[in-house]
Design a protein around this ligand. Structure first.
Ligand SMILES: NC(=O)c1ccc[n+]([C@@H]2O[C@H](COP(=O)([O-])OP(=O)(O)OC[C@H]3O[C@@H](n4cnc5c(N)ncnc54)[C@H](O)[C@@H]3O)[C@@H](O)[C@H]2O)c1
Ligand SMILES: [Zn+2]
Length: 336
């Protein structure tokens, strides 16, 4: 296990690479731990999770909501969780977002850590301290920025990850490459999901590279005043499509990135739309869908990145370099 500590504005977070769930005792010491996971992760990794205090949630984005929060809190009270209890979210982004949120409000805030089990959670969702839930079609409408105490990475948990979830994870990896890392973009062009699944070492290196890339961006701008906004590349339209059209997060932001790339061509002189679209396709992601413009604009108007009738939109300048542009909802509508 390799430990690296990262400093954020109000706290520091210990990252354990090449760890195992069994190392958690060593990490938290004598504190009482309660694990939160979902039914799929529990079923796939039962050996590592039973014999512990564990709350098992129904799986899926549609449970990332207030009723689930209420039910977790009721179970925590029943299990006599107190201010010294550490909550440990073992799962994909839904589990980590929920765990961090509950831990931040239960008894006005208790400690928490994550063991991300999906590729997406390893490279993105578990990092950066954004925790929260959805309200109806409005993604992540309620939440808080608060860092976990630790993150434990174990790439071998991915052995049981369904194929479509690998694609979702690669959507965020391609996002990172597009906005910040031209070298990684080239590497991705020379590979595919199957190759990374076979070459465990390459996969582990890729996960670390992405985890560190996101960490660095968040460290420099934890409360999203500037550069952290770049991580929303593909997400403005993506979020508006996600819940309405039964697309996964990865599929939705993939369509969002393809759209943002062509808008970048029109508004920002970006010349590599084809490369972005091809790379997304190479990793099994969609780059186009039919949608109802008015419905999507209605949701976009509620976007957290919006002020008045203008919205912050992330555009590419070139592969590996992104910019924030404020554009009007009208301009966006005309280009959809
Ligand atoms: N907080 C953030 O900064 C941030 C960033 C990106 C995404 N997110 C959030 O993350 C969520 C998406 O995360 P996700 O894609 O991990 O979704 P998810 O948590 O729903 O996991 C995807 C599916 O894979 C299953 N799964 C996870 N790990 C598994 C394993 N090892 N073996 C077998 N099955 C496994 C889950 O049960 C689920 O069915 C969204 O809610 C999104 O808003 C948050
Ligand atoms: Zn995302």
């Amino acid at each position: 296990m390799i430990k690296k500590t990262f400093r954020f504005s109000n706290s520091s977070v210990d990252y354990y690479f090449e760890g195992k769930i069994s190392h958690i005792k060593q990490i938290v010491g004598s504190a009482k731990t309660i694990f939160i996971t979902d039914e799929n992760v529990f079923a796939a990794h039962e050996k590592q999770l039973n014999n512990r205090d564990v709350i098992v949630l129904k799986a899926g984005e549609k449970y990332k909501n207030q009723p689930t929060v209420d039910s977790i809190i009721e179970q925590l009270i029943e299990m006599e969780a107190d201010r010294n209890t550490v909550l440990i979210g073992v799962g994909g982004g839904v589990v980590t977002d929920l765990t961090g949120y509950v831990a931040s409000v239960y008894m006005r805030g208790i400690a928490f850590g994550f063991v991300p089990t999906s590729l997406l959670a390893m490279v993105d969702a578990s990092i950066g301290g954004k925790n929260g839930i959805d309200v109806g079609v409005y993604k992540n409408m309620v939440g808080i920025i608060r860092q976990p105490s630790f993150l434990l990475f174990d790439a071998s948990l991915l052995k049981t990850l369904p194929e479509n979830e690998w694609r979702n994870g690669f959507a965020e990896i391609i996002k990172h490459a597009s906005i910040k890392d031209a070298t990684m973009f080239k590497q991705l062009e020379q590979n595919d999901i199957g190759l990374y699944q076979k070459r465990r070492k390459d996969l582990s290196v890729l996960i670390q590279r992405n985890a560190l890339l996101k960490t660095k961006v968040v460290q420099q701008d934890e409360f999203e005043k500037g550069d952290r906004k770049l991580l929303n590349f593909g997400h403005t339209l993506g979020h508006a499509l996600e819940n309405q059209y039964d697309l996964s997060h990865g599929q939705a932001i993939s369509i969002g990135m393809a759209y943002a790339s062509s808008l970048s061509q029109k508004m920002n002189g970006f010349t590599n739309v084809d490369r972005v679209v091809e790379l997304l396709g190479q990793y099994g992601l969609p780059t186009f869908t039919q949608f109802d413009k008015d419905k999507v604009i209605k949701v976009l108007k509620m976007d957290k990145k919006k002020t008045k009738n203008r919205i912050n939109f992330i555009l590419l300048e070139k592969i590996g370099k992104a910019t924030i542009r404020e554009i009007s909802i009208q301009q966006l509508y005309e280009n959809l």
